[in-house]
Ligand binder design. Sequence first.
Ligand code: PLP
Length: 459
Amino acid sequence: MSAAHLADSPRAAAGVQEPFDANARLFERAQRRIPGGVNSPVRAYRSVGGAPRFVRRALGPYVYDTEDREYVDLVASWGPAILGHGHPAVVDAVRSAASRGLSFGAPTEGEVELAELVHDRVRRDGRTPIERLRLVSTGTEATMTAVRLARGATGRPLVVKFAGHYHGHSDGLLADAGSGVATLGLPASAGVPAEIAALTLVLPYNDEAALRLAFERHPGRIAAVITEAAAANMGVVAPAPGFNRTIVDVAHEHGALVIMDEVLTGFRVGPGGWWGIDPDGALDVDLLTYGKVIAGGMPLAALGGRAEVLDLLAPLGPVYQAGTLSGNPLAVAAGLATLRSADDAVYARVDAAADRVVAAVTGALSEAGVPHAVGRAGNLFSVAFGTDAVPADYDQVRAQEAWRHPAFFHALLAQGVSLPPSVFEAWFLTAAHDDAALSRVEEALPSAARAAAAATPPA
Ligand code: PLP
């Protein structure tokens, strides 16, 4: 796709010369009434500059801006759109559910079906870690509730998390977090009392010695270790071989629980999420959290795990959690349709698309002489600039030449390819990325790589 094509909006075709004026005006309007003009910081273009593209619609592998310019989408709503945008089975399921009512505040059969489906699907050697599943509305709620449950189950106060991992925006989990917190360069969030922050121990990822030391220093006080199943919010940093097993072994040795956060990886890297493909085998994690793909683009998330732990939740147990819209029937319908459609062939297509884009980006950056490394976990990947070694922790991620990303990003955007506007985010492919969409990415990459090569560090 050429830059000229981007001017081919219906209005431009009609002779109206306003390439990006409408978008800029909308952003100005948004900033007057919405903080920063966006309802989630990762959507802002703070680290790449410029006004975020306002999206009017999306279909298959493409998103369309307010002027109907088409972009190959490598964001996929930050993960949920595993089938591509507007998949007919999902849209039909939501339409049909809407015709029966939007929300009842009462249990529905769909919720039971979704819990059963996850129980049957997250399975390995005949075992599943999901004996019970509680539906909530966001990944943030899922991890927040998982932490509360772990504290309720153990009677202990502390939680271990890893630097650069993102588990949503609950107070205790924001320290040294990835995603937008990393993009904006924040060590933590204002508004989190020191007393709350002190209950979270932040350790370097993939560091067994640091993990063992934390348990030695705080005997009988750590309720849980929470970890992204494979880190993908500081760019993609896979767990070192054996690290997820080490987390489980060390935590259990000391009577703590393990929360595996699969909000991003769940049902994206494979039919059973990362747990289903973890090289360490069927891990005995206690709690798992899901979001994104489980709801196929609607607001729904979940936490699951051992019955003994989940049954501590109200109304059975003393750990409270609730939600007016938890298990919303439209979201459940979207989730069921998405998971039922996401079969082995879908994952094979997403994996193949990821292979193709990784090969193209590596080829283009090498050709342009940009040192880089591709971090990868299944079909999730990201590019670290200015290094030949794939980063293994947050310090190494931050040491890269992140300043090359804005030029790279904007060169792709100008050619109709929409990347995450942050070097700390994964690239997302979908089963709808066909040869035409992937060819456009391949065609756009060489000049983007040259733009990255020509970029200079900030003064
Ligand atoms: N956990 C992980 C691993 C995530 O990637 C995210 C969001 O990106 C969350 C939790 C929070 O989910 P939500 O944005 O739905 O609150």
